[in-house]
Ligand binder design. Structure first.
Ligand SMILES: [Zn+2]
Length: 162
């Protein structure tokens, strides 16, 4: 998806230049479209008092992943993580700590991953999620039941650290 208009001055971006062997669009005002936009998703590893991790089963695929979703403009990453976890699972979280950052260029995706504590709540069915599953790091689900490579990578890292 190309940027059509310069976000800096509003003119049509129609001039392509070569910079460091890359074809990029440059505006007369100096703005360069590096074509490197990504969607930022705030993802949470939320622990209950037993040390189990909350995962959500997606209705569309039947696969498990961590609660999370795109940050809205104007929203902090912590607030996005709390909101997405509540929307997808029905649980409130607290004590968020930045844990890791993953990138997946094919999907232009960045995961900002927090660890958090489950505060309260219970599963509320919603459009995206069919159930909440508490996963024990000592008895994790098979990789084939997880949704996407980032879920697999993250769960693997969490298991190794326990
Ligand atoms: Zn411009």
């Amino acid at each position: 998806m190309d940027v059509q208009y310069c976000p800096q001055c509003g003119k049509l971006l129609n001039k392509t230049v070569k910079i460091e062997d890359r074809d990029v669009k440059q505006c007369s005002c100096g703005f360069i479209d590096w074509d490197n936009w990504v969607n930022v998703s705030a993802v949470t590893v939320a622990y209950n008092d037993d040390g189990d991790i909350l995962m959500v089963r997606m209705k569309r695929t039947g696969k498990l992943t961590f609660p999370g979703g795109y940050r809205n403009i104007g929203e902090s990453l912590e607030d996005a993580a709390k909101r997405e976890c509540l929307e997808e699972s029905g649980y409130l979280i607290d004590d968020l700590q930045l844990y890791d950052v993953y990138t997946l260029d094919r999907l232009r995706l960045v995961w900002i991953i927090f660890k958090a504590k489950l505060k309260s709540g219970s599963f509320i069915e919603n459009e995206e999620v069919s159930e909440v599953v508490f996963v024990s790091p000592s008895n994790p689900p098979e990789a084939s039941t997880l949704r996407g490579s980032l879920s697999v990578k993250l769960l693997h890292k969490l298991i190794k650290q326990t």
